[in-house]
Design a protein around this ligand. Structure first.
Ligand code: SAH
Ligand code: SF4
Ligand code: F3S
Length: 469
């Protein structure tokens, strides 16, 4: 056993081989393939992590299946940003219990943000002891090693790291779409918004070296990727802590130089760090999509202060005005929380005022969810029925505004990336404009992955009907 490599990624390559040997033996024994299913909850970070997990599993010999309850290995990549995410996950775990019992080969693995909370691990140990493998957000690169231990020692394995010990590059990845891909540019978050659990479960902010990122994107471009989404909890602070002198605007400029990449998106921007340089790069560079997701959270300066967001209502309004005046066709989308501790009707009026002034192209509205361990959990909570009323007021205005905003491109001919066959009508394709609006138009599957010119004929609420020109 002393020939196990200590360095990464060699160590994981070694374990992937070992696991692969085990899987082959199982296949011969069972006379069938071993199947796996990954259930992904939460944000783009988790979606990207799941592609990495699937890459490792497929390289080791698993075959992916859509049928969760029939899989030999179910991986649940969890989210804990709001309590309803946790509830859904416990529900799914409950459903799997009987299947785990009747299929002696089934194994259940859980990973992702929820696993970084000690109370969750206690609860799983106590109430869901049939979970076979638990790991966290900092050691997904070790999946092959952890699985090999689980199978070869035939026991439950739990490994949670409090902090990332390294960023491991060059592991296999299985992409969901051949023509577009997410790319992590940073991990973790240091902002500690007072309601948010992400900094506790994703750890400190760490940027990847620009050469690693650009090298990954070049490889993606060579393999046919046309659109990339640069991912981070706060992409605008990219570069902090690196030896090289680079910021997010600089990284975008370098990314745009890569041949083959035609569209660049990014998520998420924090208003406090959005630089003039970034606006200039967006303005000057055709490849950078005119879409900005700029979470507002609240329009009340008092609440923003309690949230530790580090900007106020006026600063947010000034920023969005500047962006719209320099790029009139940009789409600005946002996240809003209703029911933050101590929030009053007057605070919500301020949020409505910002929605009216900025006219968001789309907004995700959330009811505040108390997360244990965050500062806001110790503040004075608001009555549930009152929150529901306020939430409805916000939702209604958001829907009215975004419907009006979506319609503003009718009659124009725009570039659309054809992404898939329309689910309801197979004679149509569904794609996205650079502003991220959805367009349905006649086409055949051979056009998927191409960027086409489409005339927008009509707007049906939140999407367009178009025709290729
Ligand atoms: N890093 C991103 C957001 C990540 S979480 C940013 O700063 O914008 C995605 C969204 O979930 C947040 O924008 C926020 O609106 C919402 N959210 C986070 N914690 C929440 C909580 N405790 N209750 C309700 N919504 C929450
Ligand atoms: Fe959470 Fe704030 Fe970090 Fe976003 S910036 S992940 S809301 S702490
Ligand atoms: Fe959820 Fe983790 Fe993303 S808590 S929103 S999956 S970073």
């Amino acid at each position: 056993m002393n020939n196990i490599p200590q360095n990464e990624p060699d160590r994981q390559n070694y374990y992937r081989n070992e696991l692969s040997g085990f899987i082959q033996k199982q296949e011969q024994l069972l006379n069938r393939k071993l199947t796996c299913h990954i259930a992904t909850f939460g944000c783009q970070m988790n979606a990207r992590d799941s592609e990495k997990l699937l890459g490792i599993l497929k390289a080791a010999g698993f075959q992916e299946t859509e049928e969760e309850t029939a899989a030999d290995l179910v991986v649940m990549n969890t989210c804990t940003v709001r309590d309803n995410a946790n509830k859904r996950i416990y529900g799914r775990l409950g459903v799997l219990k009987s299947f785990r019992k009747s299929n002696q080969h089934m194994r259940i693995a859980m990973c992702g943000c929820m696993m970084q909370e000690p109370s969750v691990i206690e609860k799983i140990k106590k109430s869901y002891p049939y979970v076979d493998l638990i790991f966290g957000t900092h050691n997904i690169y070790k999946l092959a090693e952890l699985l090999f231990t689980m199978y070869s020692e035939d026991r439950q394995v739990i490994e949670i790291l409090k902090q990332a010990d390294r960023i491991v590059e060059d592991l296999p990845v299985e992409r969901k779409y051949p023509f577009k891909s997410g790319v992590n540019i940073m991990f973790g978050c240091d902002n500690f918004c007072s309601y948010c659990i992400v900094p506790y479960v994703r750890g400190r902010e760490r940027s990847r070296k620009s050469e690693e990122i650009l090298c990954e994107i070049r490889k993606l471009a060579d393999s046919g990727v046309r659109e990339i989404m640069l991912l981070g909890q706060n992409v605008n602070s990219y570069g902090k802590g690196l030896d090289e002198k680079i910021d997010f605007a600089g990284l975008l400029k370098e990314t745009a130089k890569i041949d083959g990449i035609e569209r660049i998106r990014f998520m998420t921007s924090h208003p406090k760090d959005l630089s003039d340089d970034l606006i200039t790069v967006m303005e000057e560079n055709e490849k950078v999509c005119l879409h900005l997701h700029l979470p507002l959270q609240s329009g009340s300066s008092r609440i923003l202060k309690l949230m530790n967001r580090k900007y106020d209502k006026e600063q947010y309004l000034a920023l969005t005005e500047k962006i719209r005046s320099r790029m009139p066709s940009i789409a600005i989308t946002t996240d809003i929380i209703v029911g933050f501790p101590t929030e009053t009707k007057e605070d919500v009026d301020e949020t409505l005022d910002v929605i009216r002034k900025v006219r968001f192209d789309n907004a995700f509205t959330f009811i505040y969810s108390k997360r244990t361990g965050t500062p806001a959990a110790n503040m004075e909570q608001v009555d549930e029925a009152f929150v529901k009323e306020q939430f409805d007021r916000v939702l209604q205005l958001v829907q009215e505004t975004s419907k009006e905003m979506t319609g503003r491109f009718v009659g124009e001919t725009v570039k659309v990336l054809a992404e898939e066959v329309n689910e309801q009508d197979p004679s149509l394709l569904t794609g996205r404009m650079e502003q991220n609006f959805v367009v349905h138009f006649p086409g055949d599957p051979s056009m998927i992955g191409q960027i086409l010119s489409v005339k927008l004929l009509s707007c049906k609420g939140f999407y367009y009907i178009g025709e290729p020109v």
